[in-house]
Design a protein around this ligand. Structure first.
Ligand SMILES: Cc1ncc(COP(=O)(O)O)c(C=O)c1O
Length: 385
């Protein structure tokens, strides 16, 4: 029997189905946008939460050692990475964490570089904190994205960049960066004294033989980097707001601790810790199965477009459950929103959100849903094109 249970999430106050008007100006679209899954979390998570709920007292929570140990074991097993308990810190979200780090590692008007197209809260973090946004576009070769290292270094030098926010694996291009690519990036950063935030929230979601390399294991970079990750994408726990910050360097840890002490947000809520611990301890089988569903959905999207609309370019899904699709052969960029919403009745992330109008011919489709929903979305597009 399958461990993966699809749920009709309508009327559960979920952003994806019930909160479309903020981003799309209307409700009732078939949503394959915001990055969560339409599947129940692993049963070990619901059992652990139920046990906690049934004792009925929701007072202050003492984080047990077993919470840290579950993450340490996961990192060792999945990523051959030996993490120490004293390196770990908490934040209620990866987005909060990279905003905080931007605040304490840089000053207003400092330059921050990102590789575009990229997860749009990176862009917001730079702008909202009044830093200067510097972008280095990835090279797109028939949907396969690579880093333009010369451009990256030149922009760093020209703009006196002090911070690089990396997405690894990359949302939305679907790349799992190789050790060689990471080394080259970080060596450039070291040479020019650029601090790195490595967002590895999608670290577990890798496919077809691609292996995620935790940034810290790419070389000796402890003193120039902080990694932010979470169980939220892997096990569909975003609403539990429990993220994990990895800081091996003592001086950097002190900076984090001083900053967070001023914010008075040192600990999270009991539910987040309990869900994370259960998932990392016992969620492995569920996770392996959910990955298969995601990859089958990807193959369906890729193969159907290849036969029905062969000039659509679907980027290879090495990692994440977010499929990056270039429709420029069929839809004019200025018609994209009208086409996707009015004609196809879909809620997808629009390419321009990820770095500007030059990405307007793209959409990002969330594959962590039922095959039926993915089929409906693809059929809507092929039928309307
Ligand atoms: C690269 C990346 N970072 C962070 C997040 C969200 O993190 P959180 O919900 O923990 O703030 C997402 C969600 O899509 C993401 O893709």
């Amino acid at each position: 029997m399958s461990l993966i249970k699809y749920v009709d999430r309508r009327n559960t106050n979920c952003s994806k189905w019930d909160g479309q008007s903020g981003m799309f100006g209307e409700e009732g679209l078939l949503p394959l946008w915001v990055a969560d899954m339409d599947f129940q979390a692993p049963s070990c998570v619901t059992e652990a939460l139920n046990a906690y709920v049934s004792q009925g007292v929701f007072g202050y929570y003492k984080i047990p050692d077993s919470y840290y140990q579950s993450f340490i074991n996961w990192e060792r097993q999945y990523h051959s990475y030996d993490v120490q308990k004293e390196w770990l810190r908490f934040s209620p979200g990866v987005v909060s964490a990279f905003n905080w780090i931007t605040q304490f590692m840089t000053k207003p008007e400092d330059a921050v570089i990102v590789l575009t197209p990229v997860y749009y809260p990176f862009l917001d973090a730079v702008k909202n904190n009044h830093r200067r946004l510097i972008t280095s576009d990835l090279i797109n070769t028939s949907g396969i994205y690579t880093i333009d290292f010369e451009d990256f270094e030149q922009k760093i030098v020209e703009n006196h960049v002090s911070l690089f926010i990396l997405c690894s694996p990359h949302n939305p291009a679907g790349r799992v960066w190789t050790r060689g690519e990471l080394e080259r990036l970080f060596d450039i950063c070291r040479k020019h004294h650029v601090f790195v935030i490595s967002d590895e929230i999608h670290q577990d979601l890798t496919f077809a033989g691609h292996t995620h390399i935790p940034s810290f294991t790419a070389g000796s970079y402890d003193d120039m980097m902080i990694t932010v990750t979470a169980p939220s994408k892997t096990f569909n726990l975003a609403g539990c707001q429990n993220s994990i910050i990895i800081i091996p360097d003592e001086t950097l840890r002190r900076k984090w601790d001083e900053y967070v002490t001023c914010l008075r947000v040192s600990d999270g809520n009991a539910f987040g810790y309990i869900a994370a611990e259960a998932a990392y301890s016992d969620g492995r089988e569920w996770f392996e199965e959910v990955k298969k569903i995601i990859y089958e959905n990807y193959l369906y999207v890729k193969d159907t477009f290849a036969s029905e609309l062969p000039d659509i370019v679907v980027s290879p899904l090495e990692g994440t459950y977010l499929c990056w699709i270039d429709m420029k052969a069929y839809i004019k960029p200025e018609d994209m929103k009208d086409f996707i919403q009015k004609r196809c009745r879909l809620a997808l992330d629009y390419g321009d959100w990820f770095g500007g109008e030059r990405f307007s011919s793209f959409v990002r489709m969330n594959l962590a849903t039922s095959k039926e929903n993915v089929e409906k979305a693809v059929t809507a597009i092929t039928g309307q094109c």
